[in-house]
Design a protein. Structure first.
Length: 228
């Protein structure tokens, strides 16, 4: 028996990984970036095979990684985590820079940045594990680095379907018995709709059928009704 809730006890950071090849810049949010050796300094990152970033890293033979800080806005995470580099220049939407090898990296809301040259890769079925030798590394200062737990518990973030730690869509809410009629002078509840992928909330009584989440691009069917 495997209870996926056990994986929530593992500690992760939250990173934006990037690369460029053949005139294409690609990047995505991951929680799988990690140091694997110190001499030489090597890092690894696992990325879904279907991500455009995977192909660009293979073509470039290099990648960058930025540790996001706790002040990172959800809109930035939405850009890199819920859109594809196949049709979106994600780095064009935010402050970015290039390392000495010409690889792009996020230049805002970064606690630290790294650049690496790929030395090996491992096929993991749905994902590819890239191992790289670090060529550049520097702290960026600012706010504390964001943990994956902070992203979920404090910022209310969700996990993209292609992420290594994705557990599937949220279970539908269980219908509750009707509550007793509220007093006539009770304050009316505010109705909203929350995206089950990225956590974005649209405060409106009803969503139009063609509504699309402005953060992750999810359709109406991925929203759940909430009240407060």
């Amino acid at each position: 028996m495997i209870d996926k809730k056990a994986f929530r006890s593992l500690s992760y950071g939250l990173y934006v990984v990037g690369a460029a090849a053949d005139g294409v810049r690609a990047g995505c949010v991951v929680n799988t970036f990690a140091q694997v050796t110190s001499a030489p300094a090597q890092v690894s990152v696992a990325i879904n095979k279907e991500n455009a970033t995977t192909g660009v890293i293979r073509a470039a033979g290099r990648f960058t990684a930025v540790a996001l800080d706790e002040e990172t806005p959800m809109e930035l995470i939405g850009t890199f985590g819920f859109h594809t580099s196949a049709d979106t220049d994600k780095f064009g939407a935010w402050q970015s820079a290039q390392d000495e090898a010409g690889m792009p990296y996020l230049a805002e809301h970064a606690a630290a940045r790294f650049s690496a040259k790929v030395v090996s890769e491992l096929d993991l079925g749905t994902h590819v594990l890239f191992v790289g030798e670090v060529t550049e590394a520097e702290p960026a200062g600012g706010a504390a680095p964001m943990t994956y737990a902070f992203y979920h518990q404090v910022k209310g973030g969700k996990t993209p379907p292609k992420a290594s730690s994705y557990e599937g869509p949220a279970e539908p809410a269980v219908e509750q018995p009707a509550a007793a009629e509220a007093p006539a002078d009770a304050a009316p509840k505010r109705v909203g709709w929350r995206c089950m992928l990225c956590g974005y909330i649209e405060w409106v009584d009803e969503l139009p059928d063609d509504f699309v989440c402005p953060i992750c691009g999810a359709g109406k069917e991925m929203f759940e009704r909430i009240e407060e």
